[in-house]
Design a protein around this ligand. Structure first.
Ligand SMILES: Cc1ncc(COP(=O)(O)O)c(C=O)c1O
Length: 367
């Protein structure tokens, strides 16, 4: 990240000029840049928010008991992961949790100063370190876009406040060995935070949680933004190591991190229902298949990911050149791989987040 401008521009703001250009196409822009869900959340969720009667008082920062129970039941039902609700706490969507984590861990372990994260990843892991004046140290990925733990310098491990891992991975859909990550964390005495917000959109094998490998020293982070198309509700949770959950939830109470009451009630309804997620999984898969077809027509080979809803596509002439080509040729806006770290310079990320009609438009524009 450049140190010339503080704060740096938000990555997506750098696409505004290209978006204006894409908007000129008849039918408008097809925006496949931000991973923002376009499908509706389930009706039961909206109904629960409207009738919660939780508007008046301050909601508990850790989440109301029914929310923590519903989150625990969901993990047990879907993934055979069993966490006591006392070791589960709410967050206001997971971005704020990720962004604020490094500073809180630094206060707990002042002699350490480093955040480890995958070299191609959701940018907020590194930003968390930057915002706290700490070191952000990327860990290289292997040829399957999985974190290569063997490449962590022992000197960095000794300084690490935490290791972030993200499976299925944004942007490249990598499927990490979470057991190896948990073991690495325990043997190096580094807490491992596993961002599992795409767990329901696992297409290769069974869904993976770090909590399949015990709870000591590890935390799983989950979100309803993608699972239930509820990014606007801002509900997520973190669960696992009892001492870490307790420490973080006590700190977060002081900073006023509270999920609004009606959103908490909606989250209970969301976690209690799996049917809408089954439908959503198929929608993303169908969209990604169509996008792969479209790209093939444009001479751009692409493969379906092991999970999540992004295509990670080769851009041999540079990410930005391909981003511009797609905007100008078909009015499609995508993200340059550099949004996810310098190692992404020869890739773009395409998010399957526009409805089928919009993807049809892209085929029409190709002629
Ligand atoms: C890997 C990853 N983690 C976390 C988030 C944050 O999601 P939210 O703050 O909506 O829970 C995103 C959003 O795109 C993401 O891709």
């Amino acid at each position: 990240m450049s140190t010339e401008q503080w704060p740096p521009p938000h990555p997506y703001d750098t696409l505004l000029a290209l978006k204006a250009e894409a908007e000129k196409f008849e039918g408008g822009i097809v925006d496949l840049s931000i991973g923002r869900p376009c499908d509706p959340p389930p009706a039961a969720l909206i109904e629960a928010a409207a009738t919660s009667n939780l508007e008046r008082g301050y909601p508990p920062s850790i989440g109301i008991a029914p929310l923590r129970e519903a989150a625990g039941n969901w993990m047990a039902r879907r993934f055979d992961v069993h966490v006591d609700p006392t070791n589960i706490a709410a967050c206001v969507g997971t971005k704020e949790f990720v962004a604020s984590l490094a500073g809180l861990l630094k206060l707990r372990t002042p002699e350490r100063d480093t955040v480890l994260f995958p070299a191609i990843a959701y940018p907020t892991y590194a930003m968390s370190a930057t915002l706290a004046g700490l070191r952000a140290v990327p860990v290289p990925l292997d040829e399957n876009w999985c974190i290569d733990l063997s490449q962590i310098d022992p000197a960095d491990a000794a300084r690490a406040l935490c290791l972030w891992i993200n499976t299925p991975g944004n942007p490249a859909g990598g499927m990490d060995d979470l057991g190896a990550a948990a073991e690495w964390g325990r043997s190096n005495n580094v807490p491992v935070f596993s961002d599992e917000c795409y767990i329901e959109f696992t297409f290769s094998g069974e869904p993976r949680s770090i909590l399949h490998h015990g709870q000591d020293g590890v935390i799983a982070v989950h979100s309803l933004s993608k699972r239930s198309n509820f990014a606007g509700g801002r509900v997520g949770f973190y669960a696992g190591d009892a001492e870490l959950v307790h420490y973080l939830s006590e700190c977060r109470k002081h900073t006023g991190m509270l999920v609004p009451g009606p959103a908490q009630a909606a989250a209970v309804a969301a976690f209690n229902d799996d049917e809408h997620v089954v439908a959503q999984r198929q929608i993303y898969l169908d969209r990604m298949k169509r996008l792969v077809e479209l790209l093939a027509k444009m001479g751009l080979p692409a493969e379906l990911p092991g999970g999540a809803f992004y295509l990670w596509v080769d851009a041999p002439d540079g990410a930005m050149a391909l981003v511009e080509r797609l905007a100008k040729e078909v009015g499609m806006i995508v993200s340059p791989g550099t949004f996810y770290g310098p190692d992404g310079e020869n890739h773009i990320r395409i998010a399957a987040v526009e409805p089928a009609e919009k993807i049809d438009l892209l085929f029409e524009r190709l002629g």
